[in-house]
Structure formats: C-alpha cells, structure tokens
Design a protein around this ligand. Sequence first.
Ligand SMILES: *[C@@H]1O[C@H](CO)[C@@H](O)[C@H](O)[C@H]1NC(C)=O
Ligand SMILES: *[C@@H]1O[C@H](CO)[C@@H](O)[C@H](O)[C@H]1NC(C)=O
Length: 173
Amino acid sequence: MLRYAVFAALLSVALACEAFPNNTQTTFNWWQCYDSKISYFKTTPEDASGKVEYPIVLSKPLNVVADIDNKGSVYNSLTMSIRIWEWGGFLGCQWNEINTFGLLSKLDACTHGVPCPIKTGRQTLTMTIDFSKFQAIIGLLKNNAPYQIEITLKDNSSGDKTCVMAQARALTH
Ligand SMILES: *[C@@H]1O[C@H](CO)[C@@H](O)[C@H](O)[C@H]1NC(C)=O
Ligand SMILES: *[C@@H]1O[C@H](CO)[C@@H](O)[C@H](O)[C@H]1NC(C)=O
C-alpha cells in the first residue's frame, strides 16, 4: 500500500511537469553563461533564408545570429563544445543532461560553423550549427520538446572562453 502511494506520488510529480518550461512553447530563452571578452546583446535562431526560426529545427543547419562585442583579440583557432539537456524526468521537473559520448566536445569551431576569424569590436556573428551531422544523437531526441543547449568557444592560443546558454522548443525530424 505504502509502495503504491509512493509510486503514485512520484507519478503525479512526473505528470505535473510542464511540457514547455520557462515559456519555451513560444519563446527562445538565451543568456551569456559568464562574463567574457565577448559580450552578447542578442541571439536569434534563424533558418537558411534568414527568417527567425521557432521552434528550432535540429535536423538541418541552424543559424544562430548573435549581436556581439569582442573586446578580446582576433580569434582564429577556436574549440567548440556543446552540451544538451532535456526536460522532465522521474526526479521531478528539471533539466537532465544528455550524454553525447563526447561527440559534441572539443570540435574544431572554425570547421563546424563558426566564421573564423572572429574579429574584434561590435559585429553580427552568424554561427551555423549543423546538428544533423550528429544524427546518432539527434535521432534519439524526442521531437517537439524543450531542450537546453550550451555552446562554449575556447580560443586555442589564449585559452579565452565564452559561452551562451539557450532554452528552446525543438523539432528533431
Ligand atoms: C528562463 O529564461 C531566462 C532567459 O529568458 C533565463 O534568464 C532564466 O535563467 C531561465 N530560467 C530557468 C529556470 O531556466
Ligand atoms: C583548435 O583546437 C581544436 C580542438 O583541439 C582543433 O580541432 C583545431 O584544429 C585547433 N585549431 C587550430 C587552428 O589549430
């Protein structure tokens, strides 16, 4: 009886999870993870034709258009690492990191959609992230669900790091 009650309580917690937390149903949330030489004023997900894309579509290249100011140096060799979280889970409503088996870490940013070199000063930087190259991961993700995505760029020579976090509703096929 007690076991049943505990199970029922867990289940009701799981069921009470909002489908799209933090307004991700209609809103692209983003923020800069920490202070860095690069400051971000705005980031917008766009499709290949330059239209704002929401929900984002992970089965084809996604443009992330960022209004930035680079107070560091000209960055021409960068390492990109991406982390992804899904929403929900039996332990309550929270973001749970998806194991991507290292496939999305320590990528050569300049050949994975970052237009190198990143010059200094205020500029529009368009990063093209092609998750479809990582079908082994994308194929496992639930379609039309909220995801949290963190993109970190690290300069190979100075070690300068910059990071943006986003929460978005995503289509995976
Ligand atoms: C919700 O999104 C905003 C940005 O739109 C962000 O600052 C905040 O940390 C997010 N809240 C949670 C709980 O993830
Ligand atoms: C920077 O480091 C990344 C990850 O180690 C590597 O893939 C890339 O080739 C490096 N870039 C240059 C220009 O050396």
